[in-house]
Ligand binder design. Structure first.
Ligand code: SF4
Length: 147
């Protein structure tokens, strides 16, 4: 599995241009490489580039800054849901090594923000301890759809 580390210069908690509303993509690209993935079209990457995952070294730091800024605006109180993995799978194989998604979830819970996780990976079960007892989480799993 190939991946690239980089520092994010822009916000990581963003309003999606699609129907997702607020979202965080813990990774850029996705190693699963499903043939039907719209992520390749929206990012202009080819199949090989899409599977070469990019990891933001400063993701958590950026997320904390974004939340801090948002808290100063009315928009913060209007957030109904944050999608984790609108254009990536938050629990793709690299998550086992990097724990980026887990750390994002910890920050969201700390700030009492609602979120939805979309994944096709059973690695999501690793974080069940975080979801238990937290009322503002939903999960979508589609691991029965073939590549
Ligand atoms: S798991 Fe989701 S983000 Fe990843 S390649 Fe498949 S459709 Fe795209």
């Amino acid at each position: 599995m190939k991946f690239r580390l980089f520092n994010a210069r822009t916000s990581v908690l963003v309003k999606s241009k699609m129907a997702f509303g607020w979202c965080i993509n813990p990774y850029n690209g996705c190693y699963h490489g499903c043939r039907y993935c719209f992520g390749m079209c929206t990012t202009g990457k080819n199949y090989k580039q899409w599977r070469r995952v990019e990891v933001r070294k400063n993701l958590i730091e950026r997320l904390r800054e974004d939340i801090c800024k948002l808290k100063k605006s009315e928009e913060f109180w209007l957030i109904r849901d944050i999608f984790l993995g609108a254009i990536t799978d938050s629990y793709q194989p690299i998550e086992k090594r990097d724990n980026q998604t887990r750390q994002v979830i910890e920050v969201l819970i700390e700030n009492e923000l609602p979120f939805t996780v979309i994944t096709k990976s059973d690695l999501v079960l690793r974080d069940i301890d975080l979801f238990k007892g937290y009322k503002m989480v939903q999960g979508w799993c589609y691991n029965n759809i073939s590549r």
